[in-house]
Design a protein around this ligand. Structure first.
Ligand SMILES: [Zn+2]
Length: 89
């Protein structure tokens, strides 16, 4: 299965979304229900997702502190994995 890594720019953008959400710590309930953790993980690992899902989850993450924490965790995992792969080459 082909999964590509995030470009520097995409990675920064994702990091920015997560940091903003964590800083603002939204107190209003988000407009969409929490996605399953697998979807957030897929987003962080940039697996194939349709654009609508990516947008929906990205928006939700900005509105939901818990999901932002989860996204942060997965983004860190993703970075670790990427580092390992690069070191192996
Ligand atoms: Zn949520």
């Amino acid at each position: 299965m082909a999964s590509r890594y995030l470009s520097e720019e995409e990675e920064r953008e994702l990091g920015r979304i997560v940091r903003t959400a964590m800083k603002t710590k939204p107190s209003v309930p988000s407009s969409s229900p929490c996605p399953v953790p697998e979807t957030i993980r897929s987003l962080a690992f940039h697996e194939k997702l349709d654009t609508a899902t990516v947008e929906e989850v990205a928006l939700h993450v900005t509105e939901c502190y818990e999901c932002a924490m989860l996204a942060e965790k997965y983004v860190n995992e993703y970075r670790e994995e990427k580092k390992k792969k690069i070191e192996k080459k």
